[in-house]
Design a protein around this ligand. Sequence first.
Ligand code: NAD
Length: 334
Amino acid sequence: MIVLEIEDIKKLVGKIGFKDFIFKLINTLEEDYSKWETFDKTPRVANHVNDGVIELMPISNDELYSFKYVNGHPKNPMQNKFTVMATGQLSVTKTGEPLMFTEMTILTAIRTAANSALAAKYLAKKDSKILTLIGTGAQSEFQYLAYSYLFDLEEIRYYDTDPKAMDKFEKNMKEFDIKLTRCTNSKEAVKSSDIIIVCTADKRNQTVITKDMIEKDVFISGLGGDCPGKTEIQKELVEKSTVVVEFLEQAKIEGEIQQLSKDFVCTELQELIKKDVVLNVDSHGTILFDSVGFALEDYSVLRLVYDLAKANNIGKQMNLIPEIDDVKDLYSLI
Ligand SMILES: NC(=O)c1ccc[n+]([C@@H]2O[C@H](COP(=O)([O-])OP(=O)(O)OC[C@H]3O[C@@H](n4cnc5c(N)ncnc54)[C@H](O)[C@@H]3O)[C@@H](O)[C@H]2O)c1
């Protein structure tokens, strides 16, 4: 069984190159979304605690099984701990044999960025130039980078309630050739924007953006509303928008659409990828990608990382499953 630590993921992404890795991942996501019917899917299992949530995200098809362990504790940064931390495993479906165990805190940020940009590829205006980021925490630079590969961006407008998070974002953005506009509130940040990414963390129903703030048709990627009682977008704006989700059954529990009627139905991202449905801001007005993060995205990044790790000889073989001549003689090991 291969085990991948942070250093291994850094080595692997460094070897492939971040941009190529994102493109490979977008291709892998498209391949897996296209086989949507072949997956055994379930909403994730969530253990809710006072200041956060701990979740298990399983999925499988005939070939591979994967799960991710992930938390969401918005107050963690006050103790200099990440809001979101994750680990994950990939196994062979036929036998249940584990193939790989890996860090997934970084991989979650990468797969969330690739998946958000993938949705924008189908839904946002092709000539989008201004990107807004509300919430400049751990996920933010990854989001910018993935979008910058698909759109000819000229300006990023950004806002965070924590000025230090904006300072950090500015420092990391310095190496890129893009106009940076620091804003003093969400209303100013979304002004004249083509793409709005809302990526805040707070375990309550916030109203980070409202219908009144949106002056023209826009693509919104709502990433931070991902738990019961944790939303970012005003109900009226959700109602006004054409909504696309990852997996409707899970989005109804955790997404912005938890604010709407239980009977609410909308398009899933897989339908766009399979070309069963065609949607775009140009023809349909404001579109909200109400993302909560679905297990298939972790499956895609895990299978890609496993193939690349094997091909590049990265990671450690670890003895986590016994290898003995007579498997009925487990007792012999102790
Ligand atoms: N949809 C997905 O697949 C997915 C994946 C990963 C993370 N997330 C969610 O994305 C969010 C961000 O994750 P992160 O790892 O970047 O967290 P983080 O804690 O590092 O950053 C979140 C930032 O949001 C800011 N913020 C909170 N309320 C705000 C408000 N009203 N206006 C502006 N800024 C505000 C905080 O100051 C913080 O800097 C979390 O809610 C997390 O659960 C979703």
